[in-house]
Ligand binder design. Structure first.
Ligand SMILES: Cc1cc2nc3c(=O)[nH]c(=O)nc-3n(C[C@H](O)[C@H](O)[C@H](O)COP(=O)(O)OP(=O)(O)OC[C@H]3O[C@@H](n4cnc5c(N)ncnc54)[C@H](O)[C@@H]3O)c2cc1C
Length: 479
């Protein structure tokens, strides 16, 4: 991987350049209450986006991922008008993207329609729109469907892939930070094998079959294991014309270990599992360039692959209008222990895009689902406490553990007091992921898919489905 400079320019999701200044952070100022002064006049008028008038203060939540949904669920029955804005009309379960990419699950199994979640919640309004900018002085968000006023604003936009400024890698590598990118990767992998059958060029065939994964975190480990299982059990049956013994799955990690934050025993077990399956694991190995065919490593050597999966970095999504001084490294927004963005009033950031330092987490919290959910639940309760004139509480993260699955019967899991590996860890991994999926239907569908794959050594979703595109007629355009 490419090291992140200590001070750099970052670009937010809308393309503006932001200067990250990580050196010193303002110290959080303790406050007893969130002090909002909702404009009564504004509160009872209808604005754009066809939101109904309400006498309740309006909480606008941008982003319906792990953090945004948790905030909305905490507030859905409270004395607020809750407005959820997301560019998609569904919630996505990132931990299983790699199974969509390797044809194990359909995108619909891990994506859940937002409107279904908030049926019978008259205080909750959903608008599908991309948020463009913020005007904190006017308490206004600019979106693709017009201006939206807020009394309290919760920013939960998550993050996007960080290519650390390497434009060539960005151009050719495949990220996996959205369900559409996971689907794109699935199509690409399957198409590569179709192309490998027809080419007569040996080197090109090898390049089309090989896969290089960059980033030895849970995503890189899990996708490498899944690809190796495809190589052994699925692809040779589908395409006997190709010799899959020649296909190589290589996992590259710049630091000395896979799964860096986990305990040493789990890190070693994960590496042993991958290597015993056939994955070529290379730690202390950074990628410096990729031209779509050759991956260049820091020592100057090269690897041949038409597929480079980039699972090596995250940068938070930003919004125009937030002063540069509010951002720190990784494009994250600096918040106090109540999740208020330092320097802004009644504007909060939660989840992957927030950066909160505490004595337990002097470098900020990990960008994982549990942090996102726990932060948002605390923030939601604090807003309710504020309305009820009760003191608000600072956020304390309760670390429930971390885990990664490598393949059939193989996983590693660290809990606060102990670690487990192998079959037992694999069962725990499956149980926790099934329980965390949104919606009963998704849980049943995923469980059935896993059982069928387990007993048949097969996945049934190896379809190359490309969306068609047609020109949008003027009258069909929204906003
Ligand atoms: C491949 C992958 C695997 C992972 N595996 C694990 C795991 O096993 N365990 C774990 O704990 N964590 C895992 N994570 C991390 C975890 O998914 C994140 O920490 C978590 O999703 C953060 O939640 P969030 O709500 O902050 O952001 P997200 O869940 O990313 O939600 C952000 C939301 O904001 C919306 N949005 C973004 N920009 C705009 C805009 N301009 N306008 C409107 N809406 C916008 C997006 O559509 C999205 O719905 C994984 C992440 C990835 C990418």
């Amino acid at each position: 991987m490419i090291a992140e400079p200590s001070e750099r320019q970052a670009t937010n999701s809308l393309g503006n350049t932001l200067v990250a200044t990580p050196a010193t952070l303002p110290s959080p100022k303790p406050s007893l209450q969130y002090k909002s002064e909702p404009s009564t006049e504004a509160s009872i008028t209808t604005q754009s986006a066809n939101l109904p008038p309400s006498t309740h203060p309006r909480v606008v939540i941008v982003g319906a991922g792990f953090a945004g949904l948790e905030a909305a669920k905490t507030l859905e029955s409270g004395p607020f008008q809750v407005v959820i804005l997301d560019k998609n009309n569904y919630n996505q379960f990132q931990p299983l993207f790699y199974q969509v990419a390797t044809a194990g699950l359909e995108p619909s199994s891990i994506s859940f329609p937002l409107r279904k979640l908030f049926q019978n919640k008259p205080n909750v309004h959903i608008r599908v729109t991309a948020v463009q900018s913020l005007e904190p002085e006017r308490k206004i968000l600019n979106t693709t469907i017009g201006e939206i006023r807020y009394d309290y604003l919760i920013l939960a936009l998550g993050g996007d892939t960080n290519f650390f400024g390497n434009e060539r890698i960005k151009q050719y590598a495949i990220p996996m930070k959205s369900v559409s990118e996971a689907l794109y990767l699935r199509n690409r992998l399957l198409q590569n094998y179709e192309d490998a059958i027809v080419t007569t060029d040996e080197e090109e065939r090898q390049a089309l079959m090989n896969v290089v994964v960059v980033g030895g975190g849970p995503t890189g480990v899990e996708v490498s294991g899944a690809l190796e299982e495809m190589r052994q059990h699925v692809l040779p049956k589908d395409i006997p014309e190709l010799n899959f013994k020649k296909m190589e799955v290589t996992l590259l990690e710049a630091s000395p270990n896979l799964l860096g934050p986990m305990r040493a025993s789990s890190r070693e077990a994960a590496r042993n599992y991958l290597e015993s399956m056939g994955v070529k694991v290379r730690t202390n190995t950074a990628v410096t360039d990729y031209d779509g065919k050759w991956v260049t490593l820091a020592d100057g050597s090269k690897l041949l692959s038409r597929t480079l999966i980039w699972a090596a970095g995250i940068k938070a999504n930003g919004i125009l209008g937030i002063p540069d001084s509010c951002y720190t490294r990784g494009n994250r927004l600096v918040v106090d222990e109540y999740n208020t963005i330092i320097g802004l009033k009644d504007v909060f950031a939660v989840g992957d895009m927030s950066y909160m330092t505490t004595t337990d987490f002097p470098q900020g919290h990990p960008q994982v689902a549990q942090v996102a959910m726990q932060m948002s639940a605390n923030l939601g309760k604090n807003l309710l406490r504020t309305i009820n004139n009760q003191p608000i509480k600072s956020f304390r993260y309760l670390d429930l553990g971390s885990m990664a699955t490598i393949g059939r019967n193989k996983a590693v899991a660290d809990f606060p007091k102990f670690s487990v590996t192998g079959l037992f860890a694999w069962f725990i991994w499956m149980f926790i992921h099934l329980a965390s999926l949104v919606g009963a239907r998704s849980k049943v569908v995923v469980f059935i898919n896993w059982m069928v794959s387990y007993f048949s050594y097969d996945q049934s979703l190896r379809l190359i489905i490309r969306p068609t595109s047609k020109p949008i007629l003027a009258e069909e355009k929204v906003g």
